[in-house]
Design a protein around this ligand. Sequence first.
Ligand code: FES
Ligand code: FES
Length: 155
Amino acid sequence: MRVTATVNGVERQAEDVWPGESLLYVLRERLGLPGSKNACEQGECGSCTVYLDGVPVCACLVAAGQADGRDILTVEGLAGVGGLHPLQQAFVEAGAVQCGFCTPGLLIAAHDLLDRDPDPADADIREALAGNLCRCTGYEKILDAVRLAAHRLRA
Ligand code: FES
Ligand code: FES
């Protein structure tokens, strides 16, 4: 089947897609967008999180056919022409990136949080990121990064 979707603001097509293929596979292997990571492929780790019609989803659990005609934003689409998104910059500055495997999903999840709540309490940040597992950072630096980005985005 052919899958047509708007990805990071651009209409993209993937040909010869097997109906059982995941959106994550299509993004990474067919559309050349390796930012979303495949860490568990079971909906457990959040490293594959992308926006689908404005809602964060685990791309490993979305069948490619379900993405047809939809709007997708991946981590590659967060940065603007001026450079990194403030959230990405804050992750770098706060030391919230080590191996980086979890980072794309955390960025999308944190972006969604700050969209809904520009001034989240720590408990809200923890809850929003609860579905995103990181094996490297111990989470504190990730929390620091989200606090820093929230502060800058409010300013
Ligand atoms: S790779 Fe999708 S949730 Fe882990
Ligand atoms: S930085 Fe390595 S898993 Fe999070």
